[in-house]
Write a protein that binds this ligand. Structure first.
Ligand code: FAD
Ligand code: FES
Length: 548
């Protein structure tokens, strides 16, 4: 949604607002020259910025003020109140910013007629910050190669330019499509509520204008870290000064008779989603194999197209491992209310043109089968290049791998999480983007620790769940509020320690939990194991323990 199209509410801020009506630490929604504007008071300072998040258009007045930033209620993007800059993904573009004038003394004003003392006026729009203008550190690489054109790779390329990097940026993507908004593929686009255009993170001209050399259908076959060169499947070669690996993950394939039939589909790429949409248009009955996030989002989207949906999974309660039995059972009921039939505690044993056979003896009719049984990080390239790999590419807190000058981000990266003190790897869109941003700055010598709290979201029908933190294992889930009313906060703990918080339509609780985790991380003096064999990691260990 653009700011221009948004409905206007609240006062016209160009006509003035009594300062006393905006207490310190609060924001007021209004408008200026036909655009929604947020007026914010932070101590003695006043700011005015565009009120609509540039990601999916959330109302920022429902977000959280944290110092001189505002965080978006939906997917936790963060905007600088001073510059409008999007400091954290998933928003990639700034919000507009406006000049604010506070009238202290009429005598000093040129046009006192229309002004009142103690009143704040929003004046003209100011220029957005699209590129930072600080000097780059010595030793900045002459060129950067990014392997992967997904969330992390795209964010890294944009960040390099945003930070003022003028060297060559080459993005090599095995994908035939431009970097896309993967979460949309199983939600709005598959459900038929979002357009094909909404799938792209950026239009083609963006890469041209920012001199990002994007190669599609370019699969990297090998990396020679000794000579600083990547070799493509077509045998062409590129030299790099610094390298980012952001190869993401690949869907786990089902190995049963009939699994290679053309109506058996996976969902990872834009091409997968387009093919699924066109198949869905001609299908009446679908079997979804896998009852986790992707499987359930697909189920909900296919129901929106009025397709009969059966979900098969080995677990007895969907998503129990991640969200707990109560939330999992609630999600199951929600799907059943929308007409989905579950076949749990069983697996598919064979597939033919018309049906899926289950281990429990059931035979399900299907003209479409969608498999969503998990993904594996695409680490083979890193392994062959000799990088340290342990269920993901091992990186240090700066996202640098065991080879100096080679970074990794996104679904493939296993990094030292400051909150838990453990090395973790997640498959979250926002984390991938934020890691791409941090890795880009570190390739420019910024030495920024990656310490963002993991965040993901899911949408199924009108249910939205946001999850902050990381609880791979937990022993207690405390539910506050009513699941059925879709108004709830669930806190996951292990040995009493709060590890993660899931919220259902309680956006502020999720944002507050994120801030609480950040504060805990700052206090956390967990000693973080350094990457074996990384000389650069050891050299920076002091900065890490004494850092942010
Ligand atoms: C359908 C779907 C829905 C999702 N929904 C959500 C959600 O709601 N919320 C959430 O938090 N997360 C969601 N995710 C997960 C999220 O999209 C991923 O965590 C994120 O995309 C990971 O980003 P990435 O850059 O690491 O990898 P990707 O985005 O997968 O990009 C990897 C890139 O690397 C390229 N590549 C791989 N190997 C090579 C090679 N050898 N040479 C060149 N290029 C190569 C690929 O072609 C691709 O361009 C969803 C994922 C899917 C598939
Ligand atoms: S709408 Fe603001 S982060 Fe998604």
């Amino acid at each position: 949604m653009s700011e221009e199209k948004a409905k206007l509410s609240g006062p016209d801020l160009t006509k003035g607002i009594e300062l006393s009506t905006i207490p310190d630490g609060t924001m007021m929604l209004g408008h200026a020259r036909g655009e929604p504007v947020l007026l914010v008071r932070h101590g003695k300072e006043l700011f005015a910025i565009g009120a609509i998040c540039t990601h999916y258009g959330a109302p920022l007045e429902q977000g959280l003020l944290v110092r001189d930033t505002v965080r978006c209620p939906w997917h936790h993007a963060c905007f600088n109140l001073r510059t409008g800059e999007a400091l954290r993904a998933p928003a990639l573009d700034p919000v507009s910013r406006w000049r604010v004038e506070e009238i202290h003394d009429l005598a000093r004003q040129l046009t006192p007629v229309e002004q009142r003392v103690g009143t704040v006026y929003v004046r003209e729009k100011l220029e957005s910050v699209t590129r930072r203008s600080h000097s780059l550190a010595a030793g900045t690489p002459e060129s950067v190669i990014i392997v992967g054109g997904g969330a992390a790779g795209n964010a890294a390329a944009e960040t390099l330019r945003h930070e003022g990097y003028s060297g060559r940026v080459i993005m090599l993507s095995a994908d035939e499509s431009m970097p896309c908004d993967r979460p949309n593929l199983s939600k709005g686009y598959l459900a038929g509520t979002a357009s094909d255009e909404s799938n792209l993170l950026r239009p083609e001209k963006f890469y041209r204008e920012h001199e990002i050399d994007l190669h599609l259908g370019a699969r990297v076959a090998a990396i020679d870290v000794g000579s600083g060169q990547v070799k493509l499947a077509d045998d062409s070669r590129h030299d790099y000064g610094a390298l980012l690996l952001a190869t993401g993950a690949e869907p786990v394939r089902i190995e049963v008779p009939g699994s290679d039939l053309p109506h058996v589909r996976y969902l990872r790429t834009l091409a997968d989603s387009r093919a699924l949409v066109s198949k869905a248009l001609a299908s009446r009955r679908a079997v979804v194999i896998g009852a986790s996030f992707i499987g359930l989002e697909v189920a909900a989207s296919l129901r929106a197209r009025n397709i009969d949906v059966h979900v098969v999974g080995p677990e007895t309660i969907p998503m129990e491992k991640v969200l707990g039995p109560e939330v999992g059972s609630f999600i199951r009921r929600l799907h059943e209310e929308h007409g989905v039939t579950f076949h749990l505690g069983t697996t598919a044993t064979s597939i033919d043109e018309r049906s899926v056979m289950l281990k429990n003896g059931e035979k399900l009719q299907a003209d479409l089968v969608v498999v969503g049984i998990g993904v594996r990080p695409a680490t083979s390239l890193a392994e062959r290049a000799g990088l340290a790999v342990d269920r993901g590419v091992t990186v240090d807190e700066y996202l640098e791998t065991s080879v100096p000058g080679v970074f990794a981000a996104g679904d493939i990266a296993r990094w030292p999480d400051r909150l838990t003190g453990e090395r973790i790897r997640v498959e979250h869109f926002v984390v991938a983007e934020r890691q791409g941003q941090t890795a880009a700055r570190n390739m420019l010598g910024r030495q920024e620790i990656f310490d963002a709290v993991p965040f993901f979201w899911t949408e199924q029908y009108d249910l939205g769940i946001a999850y902050v933190g990381h609880a791979e294992r937990w022993d207690k889930a405390e539910i506050d509020g009513q699941l059925e009313a879709q108004d709830s906060t669930i806190t996951y703990r292990r040995n009493g320690k709060k590890l993660a918080v899931a919220t259902i339509h309680r956006d502020l609780d999720g944002l507050r939990a994120e801030v609480e985790f950040e504060r805990a991380m700052t206090k956390n003096n967990t000693s973080i194991q350094t990457v074996q064999g990384s000389a650069s990691t050891n050299a920076r260990a002091e900065t890490a323990t004494g850092g942010s």
